[in-house]
Design a protein around this ligand. Structure first.
Ligand SMILES: *Cc1c(COP(=O)(O)O)cnc(C)c1O
Length: 390
């Protein structure tokens, strides 16, 4: 049997090819088009009879290296890189759905995806039903004869709700649907949805894959059969990843596991500490034994990730006071950065929801979300402590 490389080796080396210069690092191919040796070669490549690059909207060697590396890490046959995480989910839907078909989605998904499903796909006759991610009966009941896609993000943002990927994959198979998992919060370093039966993984590479807040990008990973369709949409419609961003994400993949473990370790310590603070009503983090789905999270994740939320006793006023009293932590809605970030979801990321929708999603006015970075944990705690006291 052929030796199979381990995860860390794939993260550092998968997909790399060297030019005749013998470079150790991966080069950035900043070229929009490619030249042919002859008219006959051009014709053969255009006709698909010969493999070759034509134009960087279609293929680019740096982007291809990123795709092959991430596919190897997720354990998927093929990856298609996209200009953003939103371009990844859009490409997936445009490639795999037809007018009149139906999506069942977790209600706890990235806000712009809800807008995409409702306001944009809705105009083309694709409807979406929403369910609580952990309620398997609700998923099953929401499935209709025309349902084609089940969509879930786990753990969810910001309430850390966990969906059972294995069970959802079985449900999808039984009803001839595809299960799409947004693996942005765990990344392949902590969770491998395809190995649990999911059909497709999507990523916002903008978050932990970059890991340092530099670039926007995304990816779709799955079987050749589906990825050929996603790629067909992408090369025509154009939401392709730039080679420079692909190079940034390649470098991010090399340190991804180390970073995810460090983010997770700090987040768990912070969550345990927050649970002890009298001003804190409740902490939402799947690594806590107080989390109702802790056992499930332990089963399907290697660690619990860098994002946690907590609810303060004093409502919005107390929450805003805490946000405003931080001196080091960045006030921003982004996450997956080396720099710790703090957000008040009710008035930012979830501010466009109706108050009812916010309540049913559990987003109270006293809720704070922290995406724990890689600073000293003592400094992160000190910054939050000041706010709790104020
Ligand atoms: C940010 C995010 C997205 C969208 O990705 P962009 O790169 O911002 O387009 C999708 N899903 C999750 C979970 C995200 O956090």
């Amino acid at each position: 049997m052929e030796h199979e490389f381990g995860f860390d080796t794939l993260a550092v080396r998968a997909g790399q090819r060297r030019t005749n210069e013998g470079e150790q690092g991966e080069p950035i191919f900043t070229t929009s088009s490619y030249v042919f040796q002859s008219a006959a070669e051009a014709a053969a490549v255009f006709a698909g009879e010969q493999l070759g690059n034509i134009y960087s909207r279609f293929t680019n060697p740096t982007v291809r290296t990123f795709e092959q590396r991430l596919a190897a890490m997720e354990g998927g046959e093929r990856c298609v890189a996209t200009a953003s995480g939103m371009a990844a989910i859009l490409s997936c839907c445009m490639a795999l759905l037809n007018a009149g078909e139906h999506i069942v989605s977790s209600r706890a998904i990235f806000g712009s995806i809800t807008v995409l499903f409702n306001d944009h796909l809705g105009r083309f006759g694709i409807e979406t039903s929403y369910v609580a991610p952990g309620d398997l009966d609700a998923w099953e009941h929401a499935i209709q004869p025309n349902t084609r896609l089940l969509f879930v993000e786990t753990p969810s943002n910001p309430m850390a709700e966990i969906a059972d990927i294995t069970a959802l994959a079985e449900l999808a198979r039984a009803h001839d649907c595809l299960l799409v998992v947004d693996n942005c919060f765990c990344t392949p370093a902590l969770q491998l949805p395809l190995a649990m039966g999911a059909d497709i993984v999507i990523h916002s590479a903008t978050k932990y894959i970059d890991g340092q807040g530099r670039a926007i990008g995304g990816a779709v990973i799955g079987a050749d059969e589906h990825m050929e369709k996603v790629y067909g949409f992408l090369r025509t419609a154009g939401p392709s990843m730039s080679p420079f961003n692909a190079w940034i994400f390649l470098k991010g993949l090399e340190t991804l596991r180390l970073r995810m473990e460090a983010h997770s370790a700090s987040a768990l310590s912070l969550a345990l500490w927050l649970e002890q603070q009298p001003q804190v009503k409740r902490v939402y983090y799947s690594g806590l034994t107080s989390h109702p789905q802790h056992e499930l999270a332990k089963r399907q994740q290697r660690a619990f990730g860098g994002v946690l939320a907590f609810e303060l006793q004093g409502g919005k006023e107390a929450a805003w006071r805490l946000v405003d009293s931080t001196k080091m932590i960045s006030i921003t809605a982004n996450l997956g950065d080396t720099k710790t970030t703090i957000t008040h979801p009710a008035t930012t990321t979830h501010g466009r929801l109706t108050p009812d929708a916010r309540t049913s999603a559990g987003i109270s006015d006293g809720l704070i979300r922290i995406a724990v970075g890689l600073e000293d944990l003592s400094d992160i705690k000190a910054d939050i402590k000041r706010g709790l006291r104020s």
